[in-house]
Write a protein that binds this ligand. Structure first.
Ligand code: BES
Ligand code: ZN
Length: 448
């Protein structure tokens, strides 16, 4: 096939509003999956789209040569909702190139990153006619909602997906856009709380003082999650946390230095002061410590002006970020028990548990970890830092369990890529560097 223009292809990919959490976008997810299948078969792979109970999974592979190692490259074509829309400089699904970056929802998370791998493979196939490894692309459409259908898919396609290792670019470089190999990601466990009070919204003058207010009850409950220093107060929350090895504390300190310390993180977050659990550096708090976060809260009157109402209910959406060896199910149970114990009479607490995935950690000094580091260095010209990152890719633990292999995380997103935020972007040099990296990576992984 003819040489593909990387930026043209990326812009085509970014125009699909493939938002997995919103049912009205199901057709966009489908057409995005079809677009990928066409691209992958156009470059010479055997590509297929598989329907699931949710968004389809795209698979593509080379013929298996038993004398070669097998590498599975995982990515996702679904994206987060673009909201809030008024935060964007230009519309989220109309890619814009400016100052060496491409702006669009999904630019870095994950379309730019997975496309770099596809284009790397395309180049090698065009030039050499074959790859140094047996290759499988597994590109799903539900990562941003916790991959609810991928576990079953992995089980059903276990043989087709058999491999020696997984390579993933769905993480970020270190602050300062320094290349990094991520060797640990946090897990996640989601929970929604609904506090139900009176049968209907009441007049706050006629009933205030006589009836528990669900919004106040919820606020009090949420305030019991942490002490003033950011330590989580749920009994047993930290019991299974694997302590940091001395080399990890050193790696975190190196990273802190290379990354410009707290000032750089303050700048990225846009806050005047950082906040978090005492006794750990900011880098450690993000990558190596578990947290409890409130992601959303609501209840009562939200319109203009005032309304004297005692609302009938209030809700909050929570996620816990977990580290090895915390068990998401154990954490959700402990949290529910703790919150129930403190719920006063006069209201009902409903707890709905959502998606979850355990934390993931590998050995960055394993032979494949070293080959990954070499590829990052070859493509980006500096020895990669070792990173524990705070985000989650819940399927990693499942890949290990079902396929029995480790995942190596070679992040291409720039730290200021604003993933999940307005004006998400990817540095074009990272995208193009990713194409080079893929070629060095497959070469290195094939050799051992
Ligand atoms: N690509 C991210 C995860 C990530 C980003 C890890 C940067 C490390 C550094 C992924 O798409 C993501 O956002 N995952 C979700 C998972 C959740 C919705 C189940 C997350 O971490 O919130
Ligand atoms: Zn994401």
């Amino acid at each position: 096939m003819d040489q593909l223009d990387p930026l043209e292809k990326l812009q085509e990919f970014l125009r699909f509003p493939s938002v997995s959490t919103q049912p009205e976008h199901a057709p966009d997810l489908l057409s995005c999956a079809e677009w990928l299948r066409e691209l992958l078969s156009g470059i010479g792979l055997n590509a297929s789209v598989h329907s699931t109970a949710g968004s389809p999974v795209v698979l593509a592979s080379t013929l298996r040569d038993p004398s070669k190692r097998s590498v599975l490259i995982y990515g996702h074509y679904d994206v987060q909702p673009p909201d809030p829309l008024d935060g964007w400089t230009t519309p989220p699904f109309e890619p814009r190139i400016a100052e060496g970056r491409i702006y669009a929802r999904g630019a870095a998370d994950n379309k730019g990153q997975i496309l770099a791998h596809i284009l790397g493979v395309a180049e090698t196939l065009r030039e050499n006619g074959s790859l140094p490894v047996n290759l499988i692309f597994l590109i799903e459409g539900e990562e941003e909602i916790g991959s609810p259908n991928l576990t079953d898919f992995l089980r059903e396609h276990r043989e087709e997906l058999a491999c020696d290792l997984v390579a993933i670019s769905d993480t970020a470089m270190a602050p300062g856009n320094k290349p990094a190999l991520t060797y640990a990601l946090r897990g996640i466990a989601a929970m929604e709380l609904i506090v139900r009070g009176p049968a209907r919204d009441l007049h706050s003058g006629l009933f205030g003082g006589a009836v528990a207010n669900p919004v106040t009850v919820l606020a009090r409950l949420l305030s019991t999650l942490h002490d003033d220093k950011g330590h989580v107060l749920i009994p047993g929350f930290y019991d299974a946390v694997r302590p940091l090895a001395p080399w990890e504390r050193e790696a975190a300190a190196d990273l802190e230095k290379a990354a410009g310390g707290d000032a750089a993180i303050r700048e990225l977050a846009g806050v005047p002061e950082l906040f978090g659990e005492e006794g750990f550096s900011t880098i450690e708090r993000i990558g190596a410590r578990p947290t409890a976060e409130v992601n959303g809260i609501g209840g009562g009157y939200q319109g203009a002006g005032t309304k004297t109402v005692l609302p009938k209910e209030a809700f909050a959406k929570l996620t816990f970020r977990l580290v090895a060896d915390q068990d998401p199910a154990v954490i959700l149970t402990a949290a529910e028990e703790y919150l129930r114990k403190q719920t006063p009479p006069g209201v009902l607490l409903e707890v709905i548990t959502g998606h979850s995935g355990a934390a993931y950690q590998n050995d960055p000094n394993s032979p494949d970890g070293l080959a990954s580091r070499k590829a990052l260095k070859g493509a980006f010209g500096a020895e990669p830092l070792l990173l524990r990152d705070g985000g989650s890719i819940p399927i990693l633990a499942t890949l290990k369990e079902i396929l029995g292999v480790d995942s190596h995380l070679l992040g291409l997103a720039n730290p200021d890529s604003r993933i999940h935020s307005p004006d998400e972007n990817m540095l074009i040099e990272n995208f193009l560097g990713g194409i080079r990296m893929n070629r060095i990576l497959l070469e290195g992984l094939g050799k051992r």
